[in-house]
Design a protein. Structure first.
Lengths: 515, 319
């Protein structure tokens, strides 16, 4: 009788994400044509850092919230700032002025663009691009010449750590096309400057990035003068051009070279979006909220959200709606393996992120423009819609979103009223509650706030990576990333690059996930 | 290996002679050898109870830019967000760097001494991973307010008992004098971090505040003292609501408590900064940043509830 020998293959720590994540997979050996690989049969995502910002907010002045909650994450602080100000706006009964709404969107949009560019180049690219191909470079690009001599010198000196941080790396098969490698490496360097420019855009109306002090309920503190508008527009043009002419083609290049990754990392097939970028004062959004449950579109019902903590290091009975949520840390809890909780929608596992947003909106009859954009891309790549549910699909949709968003932002900056009121004044009621549903670059984000005696009585948030890297819930359903790893073939158990490629396609942020 | 200038020139001269090269080649060879033998100082960067904001801020560095920092100034042997290295060889690399004793260490984020399980790195609690690194490093930099003083993770009511790195080192009896620098800010300003690192590597330990161990060159003057709106303060012209001109003190500005040079170098390449944008300073470089529930950032709440601080506390001892 044949007994498969299970082998644990771990990726711990996962670098080039945000935060502290360990991924463990159970695998069984599979021999094909005499070569043994390891097929993942189950996976565990372990979030390894907890701060307790929800607890820290209790008893504080409500206006402390958007300052502190931006510090959930230094990569997507504006998303948290927006979740917080939206929850406060609901609690205070105000809407931003038209300028306030536009400026909030422009700060948030800039943060999206920096994040997506950072993700593809600085976080994900080294899983695909061959840095050592620099040694064969014969061209005239000054950046590449400089990088090449830097790598060569380190090797010649017999440095213990040559070309750090690009080496050491797993010695596996990377991109083989020399031209593509060189283009991607040159663009990695260019991307560093472009994402910095996107942060400048955010600072023009947000004061500074990371952590924008100008973002307040009702809008922002920065009155938009013509100087600001010109400064923002000129940078946006540069960033938008990079996305269209460099980032987008690079993603397609990698997608073409790593075609099998359109069939890897499918995930749970349920998608959740809260929508983002308010287009008017009555709740219209550029990307709309909704749910796609096994291909069927439904409108969003936020009361269907509940956070389970069965495998999470918290004392909690059952699954709780975040308006009743608790943060009672229990680090030694038996059976818990992660600091991340398990949010579920009507008890179902849901993926969030650019792919989720665009899949939901693709099926939303009111969002024909999204279907048009996506169908255009699928036509050009000769792919069916189903292939987007994959590692490569997530990278493609993230780049598509960056491209579309940059174009949208060029419209929004033109609508800003020069010298117009940037914020709506407000009073803080004695007793109130509110929630802010928005999207971070990584997916659907919600902040829930309750005020008593003019102070924060309860504050809870559920963050994109909470959904995506969630552990098994009370019904033993693994989370989206855990599910997406099942069936993955790992060639070399000592160098599980495939695991990294799958996990990074979700663009995880663990400081966010746990908060 | 670091060769002295004298040795470089001698070696270059020898090679020139042996290969019968023109005498001018000595200088060229010496420069080349210098480049070849001069290894950049190693920097090991880890994250504790952090949000990664200080690392993103580092990527916003203006002059030098990140590419220059990584290829010309330091050897960034490990950084959690940038390194190609992943998985179980990470621990071994950290051990190898630590054992060499030939590196600078940067920590971003606070240390959860009250709940070690709140932060694990490469299969160990951070509290266990840190001490050997801290003892062996040539110098230690706390990047950002969380690492410098505990920051938001150390706020009243926090569940993890987090502290800043200096406090952790004191608790562990690891020497700080002449080898520890705090570079606060939420996030740390890239110029402060890169400047402090470059100074340490190029010149040595800088002049610091005796109590806080922050480099004077970036953290001596208060925001209030160098604020462009100082004239409004003097004339007692105060902004009443967000977006108004005037001094922001009555809205909550904590410029008097924030010792850093934001008004001079501003943020994001000069794109803007808090007070210029009409946003009151939240004193993000202060040891007390975000610490107390009863000391909110803004004074809007004074309308509604019992105020448990004095105006004097918001002005700081100097005013």
């Amino acid at each position: 009788m044949f007994v498969a020998r299970m082998k644990t293959i771990s990726l711990n720590p996962v670098s080039r994400i945000e935060g502290h994540l360990a991924v463990h997979t159970e695998t069984e050996p599979v021999t094909v044509n005499g070569l043994t690989s390891h097929r993942v049969t189950s996976a565990r995502c372990e979030g390894e850092m907890f701060r307790g910002l929800e607890k820290i907010l209790e008893g504080r002045d409500p206006l402390d919230a958007q300052v502190i909650m931006q510090r959930v994450c230094g990569v997507c602080p504006i998303a948290h700032g927006m979740g917080s100000v939206k929850a406060q706006e609901m609690a205070y009964g105000i809407v931003p002025t038209p300028n306030g709404r536009l400026l909030q969107n422009l700060i948030a949009g800039a943060n999206f663009l920096h994040s997506h560019i950072l993700h593809f180049y600085q976080l994900a690219a080294l899983d695909f691009v061959d840095v050592k191909a620099l040694l064969k470079y014969q061209g005239a690009n000054p950046t590449l010449i400089r990088l090449k001599s830097w790598v060569e010198e380190g090797l010649a000196r017999k440095d213990a750590f040559p070309a750090a941080p690009f080496l050491p790396r797993y010695e596996v098969k990377y991109l083989e096309d020399q031209d593509a490698n060189m283009a991607l490496l040159a663009h990695y360097v260019e991307a560093l400057e472009i994402r910095k420019t996107a942060d400048e855009m955010g600072a023009i109306f947000g004061a500074k990035l990371p952590h924008a002090t100008a973002l307040i309920p009702g809008g922002c503190t920065q009155t938009p003068t013509i100087d600001h508008i010109i400064a923002y527009s000129s940078r946006l043009k540069r960033v938008a051009a990079f996305i269209r002419e460099v980032y987008w083609p690079d993603v397609l290049r990698v997608g073409k070279a790593f075609g099998p990754y359109f069939d890897i990392g499918q995930g749970c097939g349920n998608y959740l979006a809260f929508g983002v970028f308010e287009t008017d004062a009555s709740g219209g959004k550029w990307i709309r909220p909704g749910v796609l449950m096994q291909g069927k579109w439904e409108p969003l019902d936020q009361s269907a959200i509940a956070e389970d903590a069965s495998s999470s290091k918290f004392a909690q009975k059952g699954a709780l709606h975040p308006s009743l949520g608790e943060t009672d840390a229990q680090p030694g809890k038996t059976g818990a393996y992660s600091w991340i909780k398990s949010p579920r929608y009507r008890g179902q596992v849901m993926e969030v992120g650019p792919l989720a947003r665009w899949m939901v909106n693709y099926h939303d009859p009111a969002q024909a423009w999204v279907k048009q954009e996506v169908d255009g891309v699928l036509g050009a790549l000769n792919l069916p819609l189903t292939k987007l549910a994959s590692v490569m699909g997530r990278h493609v949709i993230r780049a598509l979103e960056a491209r579309s968003l940059a174009a949208g932002m060029e419209d929004w900056i033109a609508q800003v009223e020069i010298d117009g009121a940037p914020n709506q004044p407000f009073d803080i009621p004695k007793s109130a509650s509110g929630y802010g549903l928005t999207e971070a670059p990584r997916g659907a984000l919600g902040h829930w706030l309750a005020i008593e005696n003019h102070r924060i009585q309860r504050y809870q948030c559920i963050v994109p990576t909470t959904w995506n890297c969630s552990p098994r819930d009370g019904s033993n359903q693994p989370g989206p990333v855990e599910q997406s790893l099942v069936g993955l073939m790992v060639e070399d158990p000592t160098q599980p690059i495939e695991v990294g490629r799958v996990v990074r396609s979700f663009d995880p942020c663990i400081a966010c996930a746990v908060h | 290996m670091n060769l002295s200038r004298r040795t470089l020139l001698k070696t270059a001269a020898l090679i020139t002679a042996q290969l019968a090269l023109a005498p001018a080649c000595v200088t060229v060879l010496a420069e080349g050898l210098d480049r070849l033998v001069h290894r950049k100082e190693r920097v090991l960067w880890l994250q504790g109870m952090s949000c990664t904001g200080c690392s993103i801020s580092l990527l916003n560095a203006e002059g030098p830019i990140p590419l220059e920092i990584v290829t010309e100034i330091i050897s960034l042997v490990y950084h959690p967000n940038l390194s190609a290295l992943q998985g179980d060889k990470t621990g071994a690399l950290i051990d190898q760097v630590t054992a060499s004793g030939d590196f600078y260490f940067v920590l971003e984020g606070a240390v959860p001494v009250g709940m070690p399980e709140a932060c694990r790195v490469a299969d160990k609690p951070l509290t266990e991973l840190l001490p050997p690194i801290l003892r062996k490093a040539k110098a230690v930099i706390a990047a950002g307010t969380c690492a410098s003083y505990g920051g938001i993770p150390a706020a009243v009511g926090n569940p993890t008992g987090s502290v800043g790195l200096r406090t952790f080192m004191d608790q562990q009896n690891i020497p700080v004098k002449g080898r520890f620098l705090a570079c606060p800010g939420c996030p740390c300003h890239p110029l402060s971090l890169v400047g402090a690192l470059a100074y340490l590597i190029g010149k040595g330990y800088p002049a610091v505040d005796a109590e806080l161990l922050t480099p004077d060159m970036f953290f001596k003057e208060s925001v209030h003292d160098t604020c462009p709106r100082f004239h409004f303060w003097e004339k007692r012209v105060f902004a009443a609501k967000f977006g108004d001109e005037g001094c922001l003190f009555k809205l909550g500005c904590l410029g008097p408590l924030s010792r850093t040079n934001c008004p001079k170098r501003q943020w994001n390449g000069g794109a803007n900064w808090c007070i210029r944008a009409g946003a009151p300073c939240v004193a993000c470089t202060s040891p007390e940043f975000a610490r107390r529930r009863e000391f909110p950032f803004y004074r809007v709440g004074e309308r509604y509830h019992e105020v448990r601080y004095t105006e004097g506390e918001r002005k700081g001892a100097s005013l």
